[in-house]
Design a protein around this ligand. Structure first.
Ligand SMILES: CC(C)(COP(=O)(O)OP(=O)(O)OC[C@H]1O[C@@H](n2cnc3c(N)ncnc32)[C@H](O)[C@@H]1OP(=O)(O)O)[C@@H](O)C(=O)NCCC(=O)NCCS
Length: 218
């Protein structure tokens, strides 16, 4: 189990089928990620048993334990993005009522920390299909670096051919991104508490931005 400020990530259970169906039956959720909407609570239960039971796959839950989305690391053998054992692919979705609150970026940061620090990964890949601006923005926010696009990708579950875009986060870059994010948070806290003046904040933020630019982290 992984805990973040607002979320708990824990393995899926068969009892989650109803909640899963509530969110995964929405046609705006699965298709952009490459899978069809769930058709019934029983269908969701089957998917928990056959798909969401894979290693390193977690229900994204509110603190009261209610599942509202899913996140996972696809390890070697279950991703086309890499054939290395020390690299994996991040995948995620969240129910529509929860969009736009930064919850998937929060869950992703926690899972990437786990991937790099506990699983010993050297890189995490993440992709999105052409036109999925929401997911593209998540990956930019997380600090991923664009690699390439692939045309003619077969999306088997949707019986479609799409263009895919591929992003990469190395462990080295992740360490820098996290360090800068924590420093920015500290600065914001100081300003909120009036511990520094606006001029001091602007100066420090400018210095931090310059440092980030020097390290290629936007
Ligand atoms: C992509 C997804 C996981 C983003 O999760 P999230 O927790 O909402 O992420 P964020 O809060 O950072 O929002 C990401 C972007 O979504 C867009 N967005 C936010 N709320 C939205 C809403 N209610 N309606 C439409 N778009 C919205 C915004 O562009 C936002 O970027 P911004 O913060 O820079 O403005 C979520 O939209 C989702 O599950 N989509 C369907 C499944 C999917 O595409 N999965 C990824 C496959 S690669």
């Amino acid at each position: 189990m992984i805990e973040t400020e607002r979320l708990i990530l824990r393995p899926w259970q068969e009892q989650d089928a109803e909640d899963l169906y509530t969110y995964a039956s929405n046609p705006e959720v699965g298709p952009p990620a490459g899978w069809p909407p769930h058709t019934s609570v029983d269908n969701s239960r089957e998917i928990i048993k056959n798909v969401l039971s894979k290693p390193e796959t977690y229900a994204v839950c509110l603190k009261d334990g209610t599942p509202i989305g899913s996140i996972g690391l696809h390890l070697n053998g279950s991703t086309d993005m890499t054939d290395r054992d020390d690299e994996c692919e991040l995948g995620y979705w969240i129910g529509k009522p929860y969009w736009g609150q930064g919850l998937i970026p929060e869950a992703s940061r926690a899972l990437m920390r786990y991937a790099f620090e506990e699983l010993g990964m050297r890189a995490v890949w993440c992709g999105y299909y052409d036109g999925n601006e929401k997911s593209r923005k998540v990956q930019t926010k997380l600090g991923f670096v664009y690699q390439h696009k692939t045309e003619g990708l077969e999306v088997r579950l949707m019986n479609e051919i799409r263009t895919g875009h591929c992003n990469l986060m190395t462990k080295e870059r992740w360490q820098k991104v996290e360090l800068f994010r924590k420093q920015k948070n500290t600065l914001d806290t100081f300003r909120e508490r009036n511990a520094i003046t606006q001029a001091q904040y602007d100066k420090s933020l400018g210095d931090l931005r310059n440092l980030m630019e020097m390290h290629g982290v936007e």
